[in-house]
Design a binder for this molecule. Structure first.
Ligand SMILES: *[C@@H]1O[C@H](CO)[C@@H](O)[C@H](O)[C@H]1NC(C)=O
Length: 334
C-alpha cells in the first residue's frame, strides 16, 4: 500500500493482533518506530477539499492507533505519567473537534458529534486506568466518582445507563482493591428481586430501580471473596447472574467457576475445588491463575514424584489448550 491511511490501518490491525495473541511485548518493540505521535510531522494542514480550512490541522494517524500507541509506549517505558499527558492532549483535541462539529453550519452532523462525545468518554476511562497503573488509587477514585455524577433527572438513554454501569464496575473493583468495602457495596444497585407470589405491601412506584448488570453481579460476588467470607463467597459464585442482567453477558462462566474453586479451597474442600479446576483445564482454558492454583493444589495434596507427575500432566494440558506462555513462564517450575 502506498497511502498513509492504508498503511496505518494495517499497522493498527497488526499491533492489535499481537496484543490479542499475547505478544504485547513484540507490539511494544514495534511501536517504538512511531516515536512521538504528537510531533509536528504527524500533522497536516487541512485543505478545504477535505472539509476543513482556516488553517486547521489534522492528525495523519487514525484515532484508534494513536490510543493503542500511547498504551503500548506506556507499557514499554513503564511510564504512565507520559501516557496521562498524551491522553489529556487527545482529550483537548476531542473537545475542540466536538465544538467544531456542534458549530458546523448550517447542519451539524449528529453522527460526528456522537463520535467525539464517545471518544471523550473513552478517554476519561483510559485516564482512570492510567492512574491505577501509576498506583494513584485515590486520584483514580476521585476521577471515576466525578464521572458518575450524571446530570439530574430527565429520561436517561440506555447508552448512558450502560456507560455508568461500566464506570461503576471500575470504581467497584478499585474500591475492593484498596480495601474500601463499604464504598464498594454502596456503589452497587440492589439485585433484582425475584417476583414474589404474595401481593406486595408497597405498590411499585414510578421510580425505576437502577439496572442491575452482569458486572454488578460480579462485584456482588467478589465482595465476600475479598472479605474472606468463604461460605458466602461459595454461595455467591454458585448463583447464576439474574437473567435480566445484561452488559456483555458472559459466553461461559469460567470466571465464576474459578472463583468458586478458590473459595472451596479456603474452606478445605480441596477435592471439589480440584474437580472444578481440572474441568476448566480439560475444556481448553489456560490462564495464569488457573494453572497456578491447580499446581498449588497438587502440591498441597500430593508429595514428591506424584506432585511432579501431576504438574507435568497440568503442563501438557495447558500446552494442549494453547497456553504456550503459561507453561514457559518462569514461575512454572517442575
Ligand atoms: C471509602 O470511600 C468513600 C467514598 O469515596 C469515602 O467517603 C470513605 O471515606 C472511604 N473510606 C475509607 C475508610 O477510606
Amino acid at each position: 500500500p502506498s497511502n498513509h491511511t492504508e498503511i496505518f490501518n494495517l499497522w493498527y490491525i497488526r499491533l492489535s493482533c499481537l496484543c490479542l495473541i499475547g505478544a504485547t511485548q513484540i507490539a511494544c518493540v514495534e511501536v517504538k518506530a512511531l516515536e512521538d505521535l504528537s510531533a509536528p510531522g504527524y500533522w497536516v494542514a487541512e485543505t478545504p477539499a477535505l472539509g476543513g480550512g482556516r488553517g486547521q490541522k489534522r492528525h495523519l494517524v487514525p484515532w484508534e492507533l494513536r490510543l493503542l500507541v500511547i498504551r503500548l509506549q506506556a507499557l514499554s517505558f513503564s511510564d504512565w505519567r507520559r501516557a496521562l499527558v498524551f491522553y489529556y492532549e487527545l482529550a483537548r483535541e476531542a473537545r475542540m473537534e466536538l465544538g467544531r462539529a456542534i458549530n458546523t453550519k448550517p447542519n451539524p452532523d449528529p453522527v460526528v458529534i456522537k463520535l467525539w462525545k464517545s471518544r471523550l468518554k473513552d478517554l476519561s476511562i483510559r485516564v482512570a486506568s492510567a492512574l491505577v497503573e501509576m498506583g494513584d488509587f485515590a486520584a483514580a477514585v476521585r476521577h471515576l466518582e466525578s464521572l458518575r455524577k450524571t446530570g439530574g433527572g430527565g429520561e436517561v438513554e440506555a447508552e448512558v445507563v450502560e456507560e455508568d454501569a461500566k464506570v461503576r464496575f471500575m470504581l467497584g473493583l478499585l474500591y475492593i482493591r484498596i480495601g474500601n468495602f463499604s464504598a464498594a457495596k454502596e456503589s452497587l444497585p440492589p439485585p433484582p428481586q425475584p417476583a414474589s407470589p404474595k401481593p406486595s405491601d408497597n405498590p411499585p412506584t414510578h421510580q425505576t430501580a437502577p439496572t442491575y448488570f452482569y458486572t454488578d453481579h460480579i462485584l456482588t460476588s467478589l465482595l465476600p471473596t475479598a472479605l474472606g467470607l468463604w461460605e458466602a463467597s461459595i454461595t455467591a459464585w454458585s448463583t447464576p447472574p439474574p437473567s435480566s442482567s445484561s452488559l456483555h453477558p458472559p459466553p461461559s462462566t469460567i470466571l465464576e467457576r474459578h472463583n468458586l474453586a478458590v473459595s472451596l479451597v479456603y474452606t478445605g474442600r480441596l477435592s471439589q475445588a480440584r474437580d472444578i479446576l481440572e474441568d476448566l483445564l480439560e475444556e481448553g482454558n489456560a490462564f495464569f491463575a488457573l494453572t497456578f492454583n491447580l499446581c498449588t493444589l497438587w502440591e498441597l495434596v500430593t508429595d514428591g514424584d506424584v506432585t511432579k507427575d501431576k504438574k507435568r500432566d497440568v503442563a501438557e494440558k495447558v500446552l494442549a489448550a494453547g497456553g504456550r506462555r503459561e507453561a514457559g513462564a518462569a514461575w512454572f517450575k517442575m
